[in-house]
Design a binder for this molecule. Sequence first.
Ligand SMILES: Cc1ncc(COP(=O)(O)O)c(C=O)c1O
Length: 305
Amino acid sequence: MEKAKTIWMDGKFVDWDNATTHVLSHTLHYGNGVIEGTKAYKTDRGYAIFRLEDHTTRLLESAKMTLIDIPYSVDELNAAQIELIRRNEFRGDNVYLRPFAFLGYGVMGVYHKDAPVVTALAAWEWGAYLGEEGMRRGIRLKIASMNRASNTSNMGKAKASANYLNSQMAKFEAVECGYDEALLLDDQGYVAEASGACFFMVKNGEIISPPNDNSLSSITQKTVIEMAEDMGYKVTRRRITREEVYVADEAFLTGTAAEVTPVREVDARIIGGGERGEITEKIQSAYFDIVFGRNPKYSDYLTYI
Ligand SMILES: Cc1ncc(COP(=O)(O)O)c(C=O)c1O
């Protein structure tokens, strides 16, 4: 990971190397923390953060769900993120922001409400999450043996650190088996989402993505659906079975970090022509036009620094 200069912690900018916490911090032991993943792109007019308001709002909503009291408003956190990008003097095209809140040092029981809340904002330069080659050629997906945790036993709508144990185990299994990324099914056997992104497939010209019944309410998925409809595609939200995935014409993942990543193979079944599909390529290129500020219709989604 590429270090940056400074990290915002509880209202103050501290040097990257000094942004530390005690080993007995509550979240390190019991896992209650919330995170965001937001991106800033270097446009012709300087850096712009994509859908900042939506990401910061989701952070506060995740915290509300998991009973963490973040003592800052959306506006305060937005202003701090803008300042964070300024102070770090980045140069590259892609900057990833990681706003988060966790429970600090002072309480060791599971009951968490007396533990202090730490809010932090970090940012660093980070390129294609699933690799440059994956963006061009497509990646290989494995359906994980573990389901996405069911709605009756987790808070799947929260972007909660604890949910990433499920993602992490699935991702490890996929990588260990020689794949790039894991696709998780829900407890009914329908596609939920990838370990860190949403799933889309294309069949007979129609773009299909599962509802968010058992997945994060993804901001990129919403953007891609809006954009694809604007481009004239029919987009349907419905449950998808494993077998449908295997015979899709095209497939791709979407997420703030994954952006629009083509899928060329799932569980040893070649998807379409085994390369980035035609519709996927158009969606990918339209997405980059939006985030890099080349499509004025979506300029409201960009917060220029
Ligand atoms: C588990 C999971 N699902 C979906 C997404 C996509 O969400 P978004 O488009 O809001 O980044 C992410 C990543 O951020 C994720 O970690």
